[in-house]
Design a protein around this ligand. Structure first.
Ligand code: NAD
Length: 395
């Protein structure tokens, strides 16, 4: 934020957030406040194998809420996935008295958010018609079906945002369906649900949360409340991510990462993101790199790209991460970048694009597909030539 600008902002967040280890026991009573029939979008087969799914349907049943297993998705949602789930909702004649319950990572939550919105907005043929930048520009006009989001990865923060990210591989795009009406009505974060997430996914999703917190903090749309949330989230996530990856059964690190992820969602929904997320979307559709991994690879480079125009902010982060006084801003900003690089090495994040399957001939398409809402929040404008050079340097 420019010091000369007067303070003027808006802030929004989910209407109700329930957070706590084991609090999935409240699933039924919370869902009952939204409807009598819950369509469940599940984000992992593990949730069936570990008995979590049965447990949740029992909680719903106990509260008098009928459950319908609508979809299971264990990869990032595509256009056809959304259209199929919307059709299924229509076949069930979903409407008044119904809700969606998303339990899973960002993929399941986004699929449910998009389906809840399109179930009540029938003026398009496919979700594509509503997607930013690629569709017919149709808008969400009517309130979606009520949605309760229960994240199991930490994470995307999608439980607290107003968009759903939908992919297509042919033609290649990864774009958002967005409306303030799409913020979930109830967010139930039970960090215990993340204990079964494998170490690699914990590393990637955790770095997504850290990337969101850093990019929102330095975004050209940065705002005071989201910035406070970013600091709060980074204080939790930076010291916890290694333990969450290496000792995933531990409660403290899992709680800290779940909280940081939630805060990152609230921050990004109000402040936007930046270059790491812009390129991550392109890496997702052209090279099928999982979202969190793509963010993790790009984060140190994005911090370096913005270092000159956000020295003071990055210096604040450097002092926060190291706990040292670091009087020189340039040194402190470098310490922030070095901390992120050190964490990345420790949890196995590659530094070269070739290590995640990128080939030189894909770079021009990556540059083109990086342009979108996330990139527009980047503090420094990058020309296509500069972005291409940066990516070449990472091959
Ligand atoms: P994900 O939801 O795809 O989950 C990653 C893997 O973990 C999947 O295979 C899933 O089945 C598995 N998994 C999830 N929960 C598990 C559990 N409890 N135990 C074992 N395995 C489990 O990954 P993600 O990173 O959470 O979400 C990525 C998607 O979210 C991307 O499409 C990304 O673009 C999107 N996203 C959305 C927003 C938003 O605001 N809407 C923000 C950031 C990212």
């Amino acid at each position: 934020m420019n010091a000369a600008q007067s303070l003027s902002y808006e802030f929004f967040a989910p209407g109700r957030i329930v957070f706590g280890w084991g609090r999935r026991a409240e699933t039924g009573t919370l869902a009952a406040s939204l409807g009598r029939r819950a369509f469940i979008v599940c984000g992992s087969r593990t949730l069936f194998a570990t008995g979590v799914f049965d447990e949740l349907t029992q909680f719903l049943d106990d509260a008098g809420v009928q459950s319908v297993q609508l979809a299971t998705v264990s990869r990032e949602p595509e256009v056809d996935d959304v259209d199929a789930v919307v059709n299924s909702l229509r076949e069930h004649d979903a409407g008044d008295g119904d809700l969606l319950l998303a339990v899973g990572g960002g993929s399941a939550i986004d699929l449910a958010k998009a389906a809840a919105a399109l179930a009540t907005n029938r003026h398009g043929e496919s979700v594509v018609d509503f997607l930013e930048g690629v569709g017919r520009g149709l808008k969400i006009e009517r309130p979606p079906l009520p949605l309760m989001a229960m994240p199991t990865t930490s994470g995307t923060g999608s439980e607290a945002t107003k968009n759903a990210v939908i992919s297509s591989y042919d033609p290649p795009f990864k774009k958002s369906l967005r409306s303030e009406m799409m913020v979930p009505n109830i967010v139930l974060v039970d960090p215990e649900l993340s204990v079964s997430v494998p170490a690699t996914v914990t590393a990637h999703t955790g770095m997504d949360a850290i990337t969101q917190l850093i990019e929102s903090y330095i975004s050209n749309r940065a705002q005071p409340i989201p910035q406070a949330l970013c600091i709060s989230g980074l204080k939790l996530a930076v010291p916890s991510i290694v333990a969450a990856v290496e000792e995933g059964q531990l409660r403290g690190p899992r709680e800290n990462m779940a909280q940081a992820s939630l805060l990152s969602g609230m921050a990004l929904a109000n402040s936007g993101l930046g270059m790491a997320h812009g390129v991550a979307a392109a890496l997702g559709v052209h090279c099928r790199v999982p979202h969190g991994l793509a963010c993790a690879v790009m984060l140190p480079v994005a911090m370096r790209v913005n270092r000159e125009v956000r020295t003071r902010e990055l210096a604040e982060l450097g002092r926060l991460f190291t706990g040292e006084t670091l009087t020189d801003d340039a040194d402190a900003a470098d310490a922030a970048i070095e901390t992120i690089e050190t964490i990345g090495r420790r949890i196995g994040i590659p530094t070269r694009l070739s290590e995640i399957g990128v080939q030189a001939e894909q770079l021009p398409a990556l540059v083109t597909s990086s342009r979108g809402n996330s990139m527009s929040g980047n503090p420094r404008e990058l020309s296509d030539t500069e972005l291409l050079d940066r990516l070449k340097g990472m091959l």
